[in-house]
Design a protein around this ligand. Structure first.
Ligand code: ZN
Length: 134
């Protein structure tokens, strides 16, 4: 069902503080930053081979990323798998009894269609399905 890892999302307290590590020390290409208002996050995108690392900084204390860090601290937040068709991937997950947070695709960073599965249904790893916007 999945084609590759689309990206890995890291919960961070400050983009400004962490960007230099990935850009200047690891030498990854910073391909952009974006604010995703409905998720209350600022995102920095780094390209690494055929995939990405996304740094996610909360833009509000109400942000799901802020709540995640309250419980677990900064670190790996989710892994995103690329699929051809987000909607049919959701249906396939549901057909196997996997509980979805998003039962319909919604808009994510970069204009992609995304959906999250419930981490309790995916062994503690918050799992995103991403249909890349072409
Ligand atoms: Zn993501």
């Amino acid at each position: 069902m999945v084609k590759k890892i689309s990206h890995i999302g890291y919960a961070v307290e400050s983009l400004e503080e962490q960007i230099p590590f990935y850009r200047d020390i690891l030498g990854l290409e910073l391909t952009g930053t974006e604010e995703v208002e409905d998720q209350m996050v600022r995102v920095a995108f780094f390209s690494i081979g055929d995939t990405r690392i996304e740094l996610l900084e909360p833009s509000s204390p109400e942000s799901p990323i802020a709540k995640f860090m309250e419980k677990r601290g900064p670190g790996i937040h989710h892994i995103a798998y690329e699929v051809d068709d987000c909607k049919s991937a959701i249906r396939a997950m549901e057909a196997h009894g996997i509980r979805m947070i998003d039962t319909e695709p919604r808009g994510g960073a970069g204009g992609h269609k995304i959906a999250f599965a419930h981490p309790k249904a995916t062994f503690g790893i918050l799992t995103e399905l991403t249909e890349e916007h072409q």
